[in-house]
Ligand binder design. Structure first.
Ligand code: MD3
Ligand code: FE
Length: 210
């Protein structure tokens, strides 16, 4: 068996309750190039700490690229065509679209690239992604930076869950029955990656919204 890190062969995806994870899909150089592209996204559309409709501050900071961005505030969860500041969302970088074409779909581009930044004790509780119009399209998730403990369950709250550490460069594809599975991030492992200046983890999720 040849070591994956040596021949750079990402091999077959790991299957976690229908979520397929391509471990090490992006090598270090590709991760750095994508991060440089994301700096432009964050410069145009700054990260914000969103508030849930219930008035709780989320621990994750967020922004987006693409035609639409997912936002939450006291008025509710929704996709919006502008950043809360009023500017239109910046375009999704080509480096990110290339991952979508390879593992998501070559039939259309996603409407939204949601950018989540986890630092310190940031986490994301178990939830479903159901603000999109057509669940037949997959969601593609790209992990950059610190390791994250990802948890996925069934389509009903309370079903048994499975966990997997997502690492920098991993790409997960959520399609089929897994598209409506409950999922979340229990915690990150601060300091486990030196990719991000200042540490932490960025997760990108690519979605078709309409
Ligand atoms: C399974 N993000 O932004 S990515 C989210 O790492 C979100 O930031 C997490 O959940 C993160 O909504 C998890 C993996 C993921 C994304 C979307 C899914 C798993 C999913 C949609 C359906 C099922
Ligand atoms: Fe989600």
């Amino acid at each position: 068996m040849v070591d994956r890190a040596e021949n750079n062969d990402v091999g077959e995806p790991v299957d976690l309750a229908g979520v397929r994870v391509w471990q090490g899909w992006l090598d270090r150089a590709a991760q750095q190039a994508m991060l440089a592209d994301l700096r432009a996204v964050v410069a145009a559309a700054p990260l914000v700490q969103p508030v849930t409709p219930g008035g709780r501050k989320m621990s994750v900071r967020m922004t987006a690229a693409g035609r639409l961005g997912w936002i939450t505030d006291r008025r509710g969860y929704r996709y919006a065509d502008r950043h809360p500041s009023g500017v239109v969302w910046p375009p999704i970088p080509d480096s990110v679209l290339a991952v979508w074409r390879a593992l998501g779909s070559d039939r259309r581009v996603p409407d939204c690239c949601l950018v989540n930044l986890y630092r310190g004790a940031a986490r994301m509780g178990l939830h479903q992604d159901r603000d999109e119009g057509d669940f037949a399209w997959p969601v593609v998730s790209i992990s950059l930076g610190d390791d994250a403990l990802f948890r996925v369950g069934g389509t009903e709250r309370g079903a048994r869950t499975r966990s997997l550490w997502l690492r920098s460069g991993d790409v997960a594809v959520l399609g089929g029955a897994a598209r409506l599975a409950y999922h979340g991030i229990d915690r990150i492992r601060p300091g486990s990656s030196d990719l991000l200046e200042g540490g932490g983890r960025i997760n990108l999720t690519l979605r078709v919204v309409v």
